[in-house]
Design a protein around this ligand. Structure first.
Ligand SMILES: C[S@@+](CC[C@H](N)C(=O)[O-])C[C@H]1O[C@@H](n2cnc3c(N)ncnc32)[C@H](O)[C@@H]1O
Length: 195
């Protein structure tokens, strides 16, 4: 017997997206686990964007106009905190990106953060608290999060980077129930982000 959903899965955008290399910081260095080159531009082009941006598990993302939460002070976050329990206010951001370590072993090997590891759902719960109604939550991991309470998926995509095709990840975009928040347009969108 099929169970009826209270949302329409046929409206969820799906695709597979392949990137050609890993991103580098302005000084040419590469942070382990950083997004593929062009990933943030793609997100913006797809209009999965917000003016008040929060990165949970930010790593070395170069987005100076954002709030960046990471447990490791050496990556210069705006807040050195556990991204599952932040000091940010309820419904205080338009847009929240989650890019945690994808497994406990990777958390240990890449960042020495295994004691702060959990699957995506603990981070997603915190994102749902922080994001405003109509705002977006984006996740990139090996898992699709459970449908985030109070949110609907609007996109579920496979993301991989040549030549690491063995490590396809799942990228999701969810919107918290509410009137969609439209980001303000800037004269030159390229000026806002360097990546
Ligand atoms: C996959 S990397 C993020 C890379 C980032 N997307 C970039 O482009 O640089 C994951 C980050 O999560 C951080 N992290 C791990 N567990 C955390 C936790 N519980 N709270 C906050 N940060 C955490 C690690 O220190 C690491 O910088």
């Amino acid at each position: 017997m099929s169970r009826k959903r209270d949302w329409d899965a046929s409206e969820v955008y799906r695709t597979t997206k392949c990137f050609g290399s890993w991103s580098r910081n302005k000084d040419g260095t590469h942070y382990n686990g950083a997004f593929p080159a062009g990933f943030m531009k793609w997100i913006r082009t797809m209009e999965w964007w917000g003016d008040e941006r929060v990165y949970l598990c930010a790593g070395m993302i170069e987005d100076p106009q954002s709030i960046r939460i990471d447990i490791r002070p050496e990556v210069n976050p705006t807040h050195t905190e556990d991204a599952r329990h932040t000091s940010l206010g309820d419904e205080s951001a338009d847009w929240v990106m989650l890019d945690p370590p994808y497994s406990k072993q990777l958390a240990k090997d890449m960042y020495d953060t295994e004691k702060y590891y959990s699957g995506i759902n603990g981070f997603a719960k915190e994102a749902a608290r922080i994001v405003k109604p109509g705002g977006l939550i984006l996740t990139l991991t090996y898992e699709i999060p459970k449908r985030i309470p109070g949110c609907d998926f609007i996109a579920v995509c496979g993301v991989y980077t040549v030549p690491m095709t063995g490590y396809m990840r799942c990228f999701t975009v969810s919107r918290k129930t509410g009137e969609p928040i439209e980001p303000k347009r800037t004269a030159n969108p390229q000026e806002v982000l360097s990546f």
